[in-house]
Design a protein. Structure first.
Length: 495
């Protein structure tokens, strides 16, 4: 016999009359009725258990007595175990005196232990694994071979995050987190599909037809290089500028064909258009073309005046049937300086030669020289961009010589984005991937990665016990969650 870690039976001998098999002290509560026959049953309770240990001892001195009293002197119930009752422990406290009959330091007495809960507790635990049943629900069958109901502890390891954890049984329900917590939501973002910086336009190809105006005839090939910060629009020393009836101009076209057409888009780019002589002419045009090879929107910089250094900025919109409409026009002096030229060399050096172009459903907006210019375009609603084209050339009737062809006619940097692209935005959930959730049935608390999370408990949670026999319990988590493993653990008790 051991009490509070002290083996008492090395000092005392247990006598006949000791028994652990006296059973529970049941106490039915009954109400007598003065009129009706019989009694009315209310409930039954189980009283505390009393374990009496009759013993014999031969003390050699008072030290033996002092030792025994010291071992029994506790202020709260302590562990009481017996070799004849293996793997079970009582939580007991001594009661009364020893009722000792002594003769010459020897004698007989009785140690009386009170077990307040009246139970013997197993010194081991039993663990049951959760497994998926035929319905795909994690389920465990708890087998309680004791003779009294017991609390259950759970450990759940998540393979994928969850916002909700629940344990269901016939005897109660444990719920934590938020049942309708979402894993994420559909958000929108802008996605860069094309980015050409510092003159790297290697992914653009030669175009044969410039669809904003097919009368701008392609007669040569455009190049690009990294000179002067990088540029697209370098042209050969000479190229044909005549020979086609009805031609508006002659030059070269580069284009980028989108793998997937895009309805809503944004262009950010840098332009350089600058003359060296007043007698120079030139055409510069960036255009976005739809799946039917019709213009959606574009911007043109054009100079056809040979007696003044005067050009024009033109904002272009498609008419929905293949035509091009000038929606807004600004006069431009294509000189070196700032002002008057926002697209001259000085502007390029300062990094202020940018422009942008946006299409959102039936609305198109241009940015030019610090101002925004929006336009309604219902004819373009639902139309998707398929290709981006850039044309550089000269008017019919002008040649490609230094005196007649504008000196600088480039696209410096270029970025194309698809707007408002739907994507799944993950919301970090209450119980993250890899989390270990521990539910302490006896303490009535939940811990997540060793941290107590009492606020997670949902109203109505009941920390239930499982009775002797078999009990099935199930785990429920968020629909998007996933369990790696789970266990239920009990420590059996006996009346």
């Amino acid at each position: 016999m051991t009490f509070n870690g002290v083996e008492l039976t090395q000092y005392i001998t247990v006598l006949e009359g000791f028994s652990l098999w006296k059973g529970a002290d049941f106490d039915p509560q009954i109400t007598e009725n003065t009129i009706l026959s019989g009694s009315e049953f209310n409930y039954t309770r189980r009283k505390h258990k009393t374990i009496s240990i009759p013993f014999y001892v031969e003390y050699e001195s008072s030290e033996g007595y002092d030792f025994l009293q010291s071992a029994l002197n506790v202020k709260e119930p302590k562990e009481l175990t017996f070799d004849i009752y293996p793997n079970r422990v009582f939580y007991a406290i001594p009661s009364g005196d020893l009722n000792f009959s002594e003769y010459r330091l020897s004698g007989k007495g009785t140690i009386k232990f009170i077990v307040p809960d009246g139970l013997a507790h197993a010194t081991y635990t039993r663990t049951f694994e959760f497994e998926k049943n035929d319905s795909g629900i994690f389920e465990a069958e708890i087998i309680n071979d004791g003779s009294e109901e017991v609390t259950v502890d759970y450990e759940i390891k998540l393979k994928k995050e969850s916002g909700f954890i629940a344990v269901t049984s016939p005897y109660g329900l444990l719920q934590y987190g938020k049942y309708d917590e979402e894993d994420g939501y559909i958000d929108r973002k802008n996605v860069t599909l094309l980015s050409n910086q510092k003159g790297d336009f290697a992914n653009w190809v030669d175009g044969t037809t410039f669809y904003e105006n097919p009368n701008k005839i392609v007669t040569t090939q455009m190049g690009y290089d990294s000179e002067l910060g990088g540029r697209l629009g370098t042209m050969p020393a000479s190229f044909p500028t005549s020979g086609t009836a009805g031609a508006f101009g002659y030059g070269a076209c580069k284009e980028y064909i989108l793998e997937t057409p895009v309805e809503q888009w944004y262009i950010w780019a840098r332009a350089w258009f600058e003359t060296g002589f007043e007698t120079q002419n030139g055409e510069w045009c960036l255009a976005v073309i739809d799946e039917q090879n019709h213009l959606l929107a574009g911007m043109a910089i054009e100079k056809n005046n040979r007696v003044q250094n005067k050009a024009a900025i033109r904002f272009l919109l498609g008419d929905g049937a293949g035509g091009s409409i000038v929606k807004r026009e600004f006069d431009l002096t294509p000189s070196l300086w700032i002002p008057p030229n926002p697209y001259g060399n000085n502007s390029r050096i300062q990094g202020s030669n940018m422009f942008d172009l946006v299409k959102e459903k039936d609305r198109v907006q241009f940015f030019y020289n610090g101002g925004y210019y929006p336009f309604s375009a219902s004819q373009l609603n639902g139309k998707k961009a398929k290709r981006i084209q850039f044309f550089v050339g000269n008017y019919a009737g002008s040649d490609s010589s230094v005196r007649q062809f504008v000196t600088h006619h480039y696209l410096n940097d270029f970025t194309f984005q698809e707007l408002h692209v739907p994507y799944w935005k993950d919301v970090p959930n209450r119980y993250p991937t890899g989390a270990v959730i521990e539910i302490d049935g006896s303490a009535g608390e939940i811990r997540v990665n060793k941290q107590i999370r009492l606020d997670d408990e949902i109203l109505g949670t009941k920390y239930f016990k499982v009775p002797p026999g078999k009990t099935k319990v199930q785990l429920n988590i968020s629909s998007f969650g996933e369990i790696e493993s789970a266990t239920a653990t009990i420590k059996e008790v006996y009346v």
